[in-house]
Design a protein around this ligand. Structure first.
Ligand code: PLP
Length: 397
C-alpha cells in the first residue's frame, strides 16, 4: 500500500508524545502547554446551556454570527481598521487549523516560508502540507533576540511568507519594537505575507503590552492575524481559533477552512461569545496568577541549577540543564527528557524539538507552567529529591 511521500518528512508530535509518557509514568506533566486548573465555571455553564438550547448543528462555515461580530468589534479596535465580520473574520478549529488553512491558501509547492526557530512544532508540518519549504532562522540562546539581518539573509527569490509568533513559545520572548520593526522591513522589502500566531497575546508579564503586527500601517494589507481562545480561557480542548485578514487574504483562507473542517464546534462558539465579554477583572486576575506561577517556576529552576530566561510573555521557559547533575553529562535533550519523565517523574519537552537546525536546543528542555501552584510545588519537590538523590547512582558532571 502506498503511503504519501509527504508523510516521510515529519513524525508525530513529540510534545504530545511527552504527555502520553507523562500519563504512562504517572509523572507531573510540564510538557504540553495546557492548564491543569479548570475552565471558568461561567464558561462551562455557557457551553452546557448552548447545547441545551439546541445549538447543535453546523454553524455558518466562517463562524457563528455573534462570535464573528464580537471578534470584528475587538479587532477593529486592536488593528485600527474596520474589521467586517462578513468579510474579514473566519473562526477555525484552533490556531492549528488556522495556520494550516493560511499556509494552504497562500503558498504554492516550492515556495519558501521563513520560520523563526525555536518554533512551535506545528509550523513545519503545516508548510509540508502546502508543499512549501520551511526555512529556519534561529534565535540564539541565552537571549533569543530576533536578528532582522539574519532574517533578511534567509530570503530567496522563492520566499513568500514569514510566520511570527509573539509572545513566543517556547522561549517566553515578547519581541520588542526594534525587533518588530526589523520584521516589518524584511516583509516589505521582499513583498512577503506575514502570518502571525498571537495565541498568548493576553499572557504578558511586568506590564508589557502586546503589539498587533496587523495594526502596523504598512503591514495591514499583507498580514494574516491568527489567534485563538485555547490559552486565554483555559479551553485547549474546545478547539477555537480564528483568522482576521483583509478581504483578498480572507477570501483565500475561507474555502480551505470550509473544506477542511466545515465549521468549528457550534455550541462552543456560542459559549465563546460570553468568554470574550468577560469583565476586565478576569484578564487582570489571570495575568496576576501567571506572575505567581512564573515566580514559583523560575525560583525552582534556579534552585536546581537550570539556566532559563525569565519569560516576558506566554507560559514557557527554555531551560539549559548543563548545570544540573544528571547520570550522564553528555545526554542530549531527548535523552534528558526521557530520564526526567521516567526517573524524576516530571515531563518536559526536549529543546531540540523546537529547531529543525541541527545542534540547536540540544542542552535545553521546555518547562510549561500553566499549572496550579500546588502542581508546581510538587514538581519542585521531585526536582529537589532528584538533586539529593540517595539512590547511590553515580552522578557524573
Ligand atoms: C504558539 C502556539 N500556536 C498554536 C498552538 C495551538 O493552538 P490551538 O489550541 O488554538 O490549536 C499552541 C499550543 O501550544 C502554541 O503554543
Amino acid at each position: 500500500m502506498q503511503i504519501a511521500e509527504r508523510i516521510s518528512h515529519f513524525q508525530e508530535s513529540v510534545i504530545r508524545k511527552m504527555t502520553r509518557l507523562a500519563m504512562a509514568n504517572d509523572a507531573i506533566n510540564l510538557s504540553q502547554g495546557f492548564p491543569d486548573f479548570d475552565t471558568p465555571p461561567a464558561l462551562k455553564e455557557a457551553a452546557a446551556k448552548a447545547i441545551r438550547d439546541g445549538n447543535n448543528q453546523y454553524s455558518p462555515t466562517w463562524g457563528y454570527g455573534p462570535l464573528r461580530e464580537k471578534l470584528a468589534e475587538m479587532y477593529t479596535e486592536r488593528l485600527g481598521w474596520p474589521v467586517d465580520p462578513a468579510q474579514h473574520v473566519t473562526v477555525t478549529c484552533g490556531v492549528t487549523e488556522a495556520m494550516n488553512a493560511a499556509l494552504l491558501a497562500l503558498l504554492n509547492p516550492g515556495d519558501e516560508v521563513l520560520i523563526i526557530e525555536p518554533a512551535h512544532e506545528n509550523y513545519i508540518p503545516s508548510a509540508i502540507f502546502a508543499g512549501a519549504r520551511a526555512v529556519p532562522v534561529p534565535l540564539e540562546a541565552p537571549d533569543y533576540r530576533l536578528d532582522p539581518e539574519r532574517l533578511d539573509r534567509a530570503v530567496t527569490p522563492r520566499t513568500r511568507a514569514l510566520i511570527l509568533n509573539t509572545p513566543h513559545n517556547p522561549t517566553g520572548r515578547v519581541f520588542d519594537a526594534k525587533e518588530i520593526a526589523g520584521v516589518v522591513d524584511v516583509v516589505l522589502c521582499h513583498d512577503l505575507v506575514l502570518i502571525t500566531d498571537e495565541i498568548y497575546d493576553r499572557i504578558l508579564y511586568d506590564g508589557r503590552e502586546h503589539t498587533f503586527p496587523g495594526a502596523l500601517e504598512p503591514l495591514r494589507e499583507r498580514t494574516v492575524t491568527v489567534s485563538g481562545l485555547s490559552k486565554t480561557f483555559a479551553i485547549t480542548g474546545w478547539r477555537l481559533g480564528f483568522v482576521i485578514a483583509p478581504t483578498h487574504l480572507s477570501e483565500a483562507v475561507r474555502p480551505v477552512h470550509d473544506f477542511m473542517t466545515v465549521c468549528a464546534p457550534t455550541p462552543l462558539q456560542v459559549a465563546a461569545v460570553s468568554a470574550l465579554n468577560f469583565p476586565q477583572s478576569y484578564f487582570d486576575d489571570q495575568v496576576a496568577d501567571y506572575h505567581q506561577r512564573r515566580a514559583l517556576m523560575m525560583g525552582i529552576l534556579d534552585e536546581i541549577g537550570f539556566v532559563a530566561p525569565t519569560p516576558e510573555g506566554s507560559y514557557y521557559t527554555l531551560a539549559e540543564y548543563s548545570g544540573v547533575p544528571v547520570p550522564q553529562a553528555e545526554w542530549d535533550s531527548m535523552r534528558f527528557a526521557v530520564w526526567m519523565v521516567e526517573e524524576v517523574g516530571i515531563a518536559v519537552v526536549p529543546g531540540s524539538v523546537f529547531y529543525s537546525l541541527p545542534g540547536y536546543g540540544d542542552r535545553s528542555v521546555r518547562f510549561a507552567f500553566p499549572k496550579k501552584l500546588s502542581t508546581l510545588e510538587a514538581a519542585g519537590e521531585k526536582l529537589r529529591k532528584m538533586l539529593n538523590s540517595t539512590t547511590g547512582r553515580p552522578f557524573v558532571q
